[in-house]
Ligand binder design. Structure first.
Ligand SMILES: *[C@@H]1O[C@H](CO)[C@@H](O)[C@H](O)[C@H]1NC(C)=O
Length: 224
């Protein structure tokens, strides 16, 4: 009987779902980011965990959990034809430690969000208006492109860490709202990281990577 109880207990522990939010679970009701503290804390010290230090709860106000303006369109007059309005922990300090953020994107006609990665977040996107081609590429060695055209109300998920992109294929503007599974999801735009790094990756390295001559590599680098 005792053995059976032990067995069931062990089974319960094994079956117990492991916390799946990206980032550790909060250690308190909330931890509003205190930006005046010495920046991201990467180790656990009392109420500081994998994010910014917590503002004294007695100083916390409703405004720490709220931000406005996400109904507004931004200017898409840039080389990509897109405007990205991010609400991460930097804009909404109440998101600190909660593993969540969101973003609204405006795309002008032919506007593109170029291939990029969120190293710490899965992204779920909903088209509010327009038509959007979306896609992501699976890892090596297949590097399979998973792509689709979305219409209004369509939802698409980009798995964490994979290269993905969006392209407006509507006659007019497109608008989306997306949620990401990290308060600080991070963005790595592939072209910027590869050709626009500071300082530059050597032409010989990029030449081998892209099987291109030095002139071609220099031409790409000159865009950044
Ligand atoms: C499309 O977006 C641009 C820039 O945001 C705006 O100036 C223009 O009025 C929009 N066009 C339509 C048809 O909504």
């Amino acid at each position: 009987m005792e053995n059976l109880s032990l067995f069931l207990l062990l089974l319960a522990i094994i079956m117990c779902p492991i916390a799946t939010a990206n980032g550790p679970d909060p250690l308190q009701d909330f931890c509003v980011a205190d930006f005046s503290s010495s920046g991201p804390v990467i180790f656990v010290v009392f109420d500081k965990v994998n994010g910014y230090a917590c503002l004294d709860p007695k100083l916390v106000k409703a405004d720490h959990f709220s931000v406005g303006g996400l109904h507004l369109d931004g200017s898409t007059s840039n080389s990509l034809g897109t405007f990205v309005n991010r609400i991460t922990v930097a804009e909404l300090p109440g998101l600190n430690t909660l593993g969540l953020s969101n973003v609204r994107v405006n795309y002008a006609r032919h506007g593109v969000v170029p291939p990029h990665i969120h190293p710490r977040a899965t992204e779920i996107l909903t088209v509010l208006k327009g038509r959007l081609r979306v896609g992501f590429v699976t890892g090596n060695p297949e590097n399979r492109l998973i792509t689709k055209v979305l219409g209004e109300g369509d939802v698409f998920v980009f798995p964490m860490g994979l290269v993905h992109f969006q392209q407006n294929v509507a006659e007019g503007n497109t608008t989306v709202l997306a949620f990401l599974s990290a308060a600080n999801p991070g963005v790595i735009t592939v072209a910027n990281a590869v050709f626009g790094s500071n300082s530059p990756i050597g032409d010989d390295v990029l030449g081998k990577a892209f099987q291109a001559d030095a002139r071609t590599i220099k031409a790409f680098k000159s865009q950044f």
